[in-house]
Design a binder for this molecule. Structure first.
Ligand SMILES: Cc1cc2nc3c(=O)[nH]c(=O)nc-3n(C[C@H](O)[C@H](O)[C@H](O)COP(=O)(O)OP(=O)(O)OC[C@H]3O[C@@H](n4cnc5c(N)ncnc54)[C@H](O)[C@@H]3O)c2cc1C
Length: 347
């Protein structure tokens, strides 16, 4: 059995764990990041080529958090490649709260009529529909972001153990012992960024995480033109009553789309398959909204870890720090969440 003593152990190398380990290492902390699979695997929440980036949120607190995250993404970009592509964000349906939160934060936006939207983008709107366009939105190149966070963390001295599943964490007065197959590690504090697996990992420690994993289906489409489209959030009835359709550019493929939070509750250890009914509903919605888009056979699943109000869990319980930031919109915030988790772990 190999032994390793560090200041902080981070469990789970999705985008949150990578961002946390990077932040710790850049602050001169000895950190080990442990991942049960290989980096960039497709079993959790962080895989794929893109995620929506947007400043447009219905609450100014989220707007400010997205602004803080954008500054940190740009800082990471300075170490290498472009990670945030600015194609704009477009909200359809009930966008008034977003407009007010943007205005309160001093951020520019445009309210566009359906005709103006249809002339500017390959989108269809019903008579009388309007939309909220914000130019700083777009996408985060998710796979590139994971690589960049990893390289930066390693360059700053973080150790990364792949293919190592943590099976127990035992805090005591002096530290925490973390055990997995063939390894025992000791640290002053542990940050759990285990995504959909976090609830099961924390339960034996008496930490109840009110976050339920669901398995979501995303589908891909070919676009009729190479013109970039804004990241679309459709609060209108297009995707079905009470449903939210979303779509964004998928670099090298075309368009990625889904219907928010429609997947079933799931066990993250199962290897799930895309839900064809949800894929069909997504295709219907895309056909209604995107002129000339055609479905590709490519679909995938991705795990949401949902809290009731879509907020994030960033908290400390003794020597254990919990970082569960998903509810289907966490990726864009990873650099800022990582900094907060790192600060909690070392406070
Ligand atoms: C369909 C879909 C669409 C999304 N769209 C957007 C979007 O447009 N914009 C946006 O900002 N966000 C979006 N998100 C949310 C975003 O992707 C997530 O918030 C983010 O990826 C969560 O990252 P994470 O690091 O918490 O979890 P994960 O990426 O799942 O990472 C957790 C890691 O912990 C590892 N692990 C678990 N247990 C153990 C253990 N015992 N030992 C060792 N390792 C362990 C896992 O293998 C995994 O690698 C979307 C998510 C999904 C699923």
């Amino acid at each position: 059995m190999s032994r390793l003593d560090v200041e902080v152990i981070v469990v789970g190398a999705g985008v949150m764990g990578l961002a946390t380990a990077r932040s710790l290492a850049r602050n001169g902390r000895e950190v080990a990041l442990i991942e049960q699979f290989g980096l960039g695997h497709t079993r959790g929440s962080s895989h794929g080529g893109s995620r929506i980036f947007r400043l447009s949120y219905p609450d100014a607190t989220w707007v400010r958090l997205a602004q803080a995250a954008l500054a940190l993404w740009h800082e990471l970009e300075a170490e290498g490649e472009t990670l945030v592509e600015r194609h704009g964000s477009l909200d359809l349906g009930d966008w008034e709260a977003n407009r007010d939160a943007l205005a309160a934060s001093g951020i520019e936006f445009e309210v566009l009529g359906g005709g103006a939207i249809a002339r500017r983008f390959p989108l269809e709107l019903a008579r009388g529909e309007t939309g909220l366009f914000q130019a700083d939105g777009g996408i985060v190149r998710a796979d590139a972001a994971l690589r960049a966070l990893h390289s930066s963390a390693i360059a700053s001295g973080a150790q990364v153990l792949e293919g190592t599943r943590v099976t127990s964490m035992q805090p005591d007065d002096a530290g925490v012992t973390v055990a997995g197959a063939g390894v025992a590690l000791r640290a002053d504090a542990v940050v759990v960024t285990a995504g959909a697996w976090a609830r099961g990992l924390l339960e034996p420690l008496g930490v109840a995480l009110e976050a339920e994993p669901t398995r979501e289906t995303v589908s891909y489409f070919e676009l009729a033109t190479d013109e970039p489209v804004p990241s679309l959030i459709d609060f209108a009835e297009g995707a079905g009553p009470g449903q939210l359709g979303y779509a964004l550019l998928a670099p090298g493929i075309g368009l990625k789309a889904g219907i928010h939070h429609t997947g079933p509750a799931t066990d993250p250890d199962e290897v799930g398959a895309p839900d064809e009914t949800i894929a069909g509903r997504t295709a219907d919605w895309v056909a209604k909204r995107f002129r000339g888009a055609s479905p590709l056979t490519r679909r995938e699943t991705c795990l949401y870890t949902n809290t009731a109000d879509e907020s994030f869990v960033v908290e400390r319980h003794g020597r254990i720090v919990v970082g569960s930031a998903c509810s289907g919109h966490g990726f864009k915030f990873a650099p800022v969440v990582g900094e907060r988790l790192a600060a909690l772990a070392t406070s």
